[in-house]
Design a binder for this molecule. Structure first.
Ligand code: ZN
Length: 257
């Protein structure tokens, strides 16, 4: 049984117990309302925090003391940004994970092949990255996953096993869909916020200050300034004794079927 289902049962048991107690002493309405609101609040918090594991298991970091981290890039491939990023990773001899949007993967098969050839791994990140993806039914989510799988398969002839939920949101529909696909669902432990923080110094500081052994670091290969900051961060981390491991090796899992 999943964690949120157990929590749901606990809340129902509490509500029934209070309803029984209501026969013997008056229980004010706000007690019922408070319990229901607490349950809704817990679900909302669990949905917005990929590390909560409330709906299903997600892998967000590696448990290790070794100064090793994994770089991950979402929302590409982008025909302007991704090539420069691949150049930087090649120069620094680093292998990363790319969580590609299916639609974009379909339009850029050469970039997928380059990623694969240069030793990076590719994971799914839905087909459309639709703004309302979190409100889709599990069937529609499954269709998105299958289409994005196909678009990667057409490019590199491999069936993906890594998946990162769009926006990092988890919910019961996604639990059903990812469960059917038997994906390794990947989160992060260090979010760069590179789509929000445009100031390069601030972005560098944020990542450099927070990095710790075992981290999975989230960037996007859609932002020009990410490349400059990443170059600086890689230099800083290497000097600080960190090495960069490919995500699947970092977690000891398979990237493809
Ligand atoms: Zn995304």
């Amino acid at each position: 049984m999943l964690r949120y289902q157990k929590i749901f049962i606990i809340f129902v048991v509490i509500l029934i117990s209070i309803a029984i107690a209501d026969f013997f002493m008056h229980i004010p309405f706000h007690i019922y309302a408070g319990i229901i609101l607490a349950f809704i609040g817990l679900l909302a918090w669990g949905s917005a925090n990929i590390r909560s594991g409330l709906f299903f298991k997600t892998m967000c970091s590696a448990n290790m003391d070794k100064r090793s981290v994994a770089l991950t890039f979402d929302d590409g491939p982008d025909n302007e940004i991704t090539p420069s990023l691949l150049d930087l990773l090649r120069k620094e001899d680093i292998r990363a994970a790319f969580f590609c949007i299916g639609e974009k993967a379909e339009k850029n098969p050469d970039l997928l092949r380059q990623m694969d050839k240069e030793g990076h791994v590719i994971g799914g990140h839905s087909y459309t990255h639709h703004s309302f993806f979190d409100f889709f039914s599990s069937k529609r989510m499954l269709r998105e996953m299958e289409k994005s799988e196909e678009s990667v398969y057409k490019g590199i002839n491999r069936k993906i096993k890594l998946f990162r939920p769009p926006f990092g949101v988890t919910n019961p529909a996604l639990a059903r869909a990812t469960g059917k696909k038997k994906y390794n669902v990947i989160g992060w432990s260090l979010r760069s916020k590179d789509t929000v923080i445009k100031d390069e110094d601030k972005l560098f500081e944020r990542v450099a200050k927070r990095v710790k052994p075992g981290d999975i670091i989230l960037f996007h290969d859609t932002q020009r300034h990410t490349i400059n900051v990443l170059e600086k961060f890689i230099k800083f981390a290497k000097e600080d004794g960190y090495s960069f491991e490919r995500l699947d090796k970092h977690l000891g899992i398979e990237a493809y079927e």
